[in-house]
Ligand binder design. Structure first.
Ligand SMILES: Nc1nc2c(ncn2[C@@H]2O[C@H](COP(=O)(O)OP(=O)(O)O)[C@@H](O)[C@H]2O)c(=O)[nH]1
Ligand SMILES: [Mg+2]
Length: 252
């Protein structure tokens, strides 16, 4: 079961100044209020829902046109429409499933073109529990760019689990015989997939969800632990603010 939530693109547009980033945190609150009235609230992924369900946030990363949206479409509605027009907004797909007999609410975050600026807003990474990195089996440059995406991801989420998908293997099956230095070096599981014909898509997403759940239950990210301690001591410092500060440096 899944639902679709569109968030105004200003929520993830690239910040240039501190004020812009603080404003986007404010926007988040406004959007959250609006959506909760609409009973489609943006969740606080660090805690469970009010009814006790586990919540996880899974983000998709990779260059434009590698097939991120089509993979989500394939997993969630088991379909593929080659010419569908992208929406001009960040897309959040809310999906409810069971992992080890436990109900889990999964929010998949997908960009809607912001990745063409080669950087995403810190709020995209904020509170993420797992990341699906995608490259296009027919375009080598999209594989090369994974390193840059991985560096940006790690600057915000140093140790969340990552899985990698070589997509469009229907258009280049030869690639499935190859190994890749990026995934081997970083110890990232690699899946040869096709959003077009569905090969390995369910496995990719199920494994990503399971990894996200395991990570949420046993976070190894020292920043998570630090932030939890700060919250315990009622410190006003928030994850968003520290991410924003980082974002200012990284995005100039
Ligand atoms: N042949 C083939 N084309 C695909 C596949 N997945 C996506 N595409 C095409 O690649 C283009 C970009 O897909 P999209 O999901 O919008 O990429 P995104 O920008 O990463 O979200 C579209 O024209 C899709 O039809 C696939 O598995 N096989
Ligand atoms: Mg897309």
């Amino acid at each position: 079961m899944y639902g679709l939530l569109l968030i105004h693109s200003s929520y993830v547009s690239k910040p240039t100044r501190r004020q812009d980033m603080e404003k986007s945190v404010e926007d988040e609150k406004v959007d959250s209020d609006y959506n909760s009235k609409d009973s489609r609230e943006i969740l606080n992924y660090d805690i469970n829902t009010s009814s006790g369900e586990l919540t996880v946030k899974v983000i998709c990363l990779g260059d434009t046109s590698v097939g991120k949206s089509k993979l989500l479409e394939r997993f969630l509605i088991n379909s593929f429409k080659p010419q569908q027009v992208s929406t001009y907004a960040l897309t959040l797909y809310r999906y409810t499933t069971e992992i080890d007999n436990e109900s889990v609410v999964v929010d998949f975050w997908d960009t809607a073109g912001q990745e063409r600026f080669h950087s995403l807003h810190p709020s995209y990474y904020h509170q993420a529990h797992a990341c699906i990195m995608v490259f296009d089996a027919t375009r080598k440059v999209t594989y090369k760019n994974l390193t840059r995406w991985h560096d940006e991801l790690r600057s915000y989420r140093p140790s969340i689990p990552v899985v990698c998908a070589a997509n469009k293997i229907d258009a280049n099956s030869e690639i499935t015989t190859r190994a890749f230095a990026f995934t081997e070096k970083n110890n990232i599981p690699l899946y040869y997939v096709s959003a077009s014909d569905g090969t390995n898509v369910v496995k990719l997403f199920r494994d990503a969800i399971t990894a996200a759940v395991n990570y949420k239950k046993n976070p190894t990210d020292w920043t998570d632990q630090l932030l939890a301690e700060l919250e315990d001591t009622d410190c006003t410092s928030t994850p968003s603010l520290s991410s924003s500060q980082k974002g200012e440096i990284l995005t100039q």
